[in-house]
Design a protein around this ligand. Sequence first.
Ligand code: E4P
Length: 217
Amino acid sequence: MKFFIDTANLDQIKEAQDLGVLDGVTTNPSLMAKEGITGHDNILKHYIDICNIVDGDVSAEVISTDFEGMVREGEALAELHDQIVVKLPMIKDGVKACKYFSEKGIKTNVTLVFSVGQALLAAKAGATYVSPFIGRLDDISTDGLNLISEIRHVYDNYAFDTEILAASVRHTMHVIDCAKLGADVMTGPLSSIEGLLKHPLTDIGLAKFLADYKKGN
Ligand code: E4P
């Protein structure tokens, strides 16, 4: 399972990279705005800064909602750095743009996916990644994890290459459950990754090992 961090915060990206388990980064316009990154040139520079920290894929989202605009924006984003993945919304022109980029060998991430039908369309259009938003489904009393399970089933039926990128991951149990269900990738906050470290018996056991060592020295 690949671990992506879902943030535009450079300090958190560095921290996750330093842990040695980071495979990539996802961003969206809201995450950019949260870091105060505004304006076309600043946003492009920020993508390059992120690429220079991590080794893996960095999703950069288009703002256009029409095919021509998405193609123009996506091509410019892809030229920024070879780690950039063009993030496209799950709308009609987004599907068309996904097909266009997949035929050109440019990686894509189809975002804002909330149903198995949408995930099927993304795979048919050759998406590199499909991003089902599990946390936002949970927010409206719908089982986000069930969507991961359904997409896994459908993709396996036809051996689609599209990777299931569990997005809108909110906490550590989401990460564990997505791993059990066979999601290829998860993207979440740093806390959802660091939470995997924690077990009270580890802390108790380490404290005892260190205390026993001191007794003998
Ligand atoms: C990732 O690609 C999405 O933009 C992100 O996971 C959305 O998460 P949120 O629902 O916590 O905003």
